[in-house]
Ligand binder design. Structure first.
Ligand code: PGA
Length: 255
């Protein structure tokens, strides 16, 4: 039984104070839906501490995620954030390989894989992102492209770690564009990802791994994605920036 995950990626939005208010406004819905949905928020680095403080005081069933992480323990890496800086704040999940990191900051599959392994090595769980461009989809190369990203992303990850893994399928052409994949299109790729996980590990691992859909998920369409057999939740950008939009997405995970 895979629990539906509803993760809000706040990207480069929200000051520390704004993020603290937003997470407080999500506490009631997270409590109400905690039997069916695991609520996760990924504030920017500068707001992790304020959100972490709210979570420690109020104890809502909301998990903290970071949007990225460097793999080194510490050192002269100006601008980077180390694993222990995140575990110290109670971070449970780390998004790795988001398409915006790949596209604007040149992250390769190898970099994404190193980050994913480092996240596991520090007892956190990666949310490993993959997704094709419109060009790749139109050239009918989506399945191969995703297979390449997934195989590279999973290299060197142990079977024991892999059972906890979260993978997010986010077609780049659907992110922040208002265009969504149809639930059937998303299901097709998510089922393909699960088959790839079974190939790299085995069926037991593939049954445990959670696969999220991301790309213009909204209150109106979330339930359609959650109803798909291989979609275990959503990674939400724009609609996660207000409690008014994010709360109904969390509620949509209720059975
Ligand atoms: P979006 O972003 O919901 O704004 O399309 C999704 C994501 O990039 O995680």
């Amino acid at each position: 039984m895979r629990k539906t995950m509803v993760a809000g990626n706040w990207k480069m939005f929200k000051t520390a104070g704004e993020a603290a208010i937003l997470v407080q406004n999500l506490e009631d819905v997270a409590r109400e839906c905690s039997g069916d949905a695991e609520t996760v928020v990924a504030p920017p680095f500068t707001a992790l501490h304020s959100v972490s403080t709210v979570l420690a005081l109020d104890h809502p069933p909301i998990k903290l995620a970071a949007q990225d992480m460097f793999w080194e323990e510490e050192g002269a890496y100006t601008g980077e954030v180390a694993p222990r800086m995140l575990t110290d704040l109670g971070v449970a999940y780390v998004i790795v390989g988001h398409s915006e990191r790949r596209q604007y900051f040149g992250e390769s599959d190898e970099v994404v894989n190193r980050k994913a392994r480092a996240v596991f090595a520090h007892a956190m769980t990666p949310i490993l992102c993959c997704g094709e461009t419109l060009e790749t989809r139109e050239a009918d190369r989506t399945a191969d492209f995703i297979a390449g990203q997934i195989r590279a992303g999973l290299a060197g990850i142990t079977e024991a770690d892999a059972t906890d893994l979260v993978i997010a399928y986010e077609p780049i052409w659907a992110i922040g564009t208002g265009k969504t994949a149809t639930p059937e299109m998303a299901e097709e790729v998510c089922a393909h990802i699960r088959a790839l996980v079974a190939e790299v590990f085995d069926d037991v691992v593939a049954e445990r791994v959670r696969i999220l859909y991301g790309g213009s998920v909204k209150p109106e369409n979330a339930a359609l994605f959650f109803a798909q057999p291989d979609i275990d939740g959503a990674l939400v950008g724009g609609a996660a920036l207000t409690a008014e939009a994010f709360a109904p997405i969390i509620k949509a995970a209720r059975a």
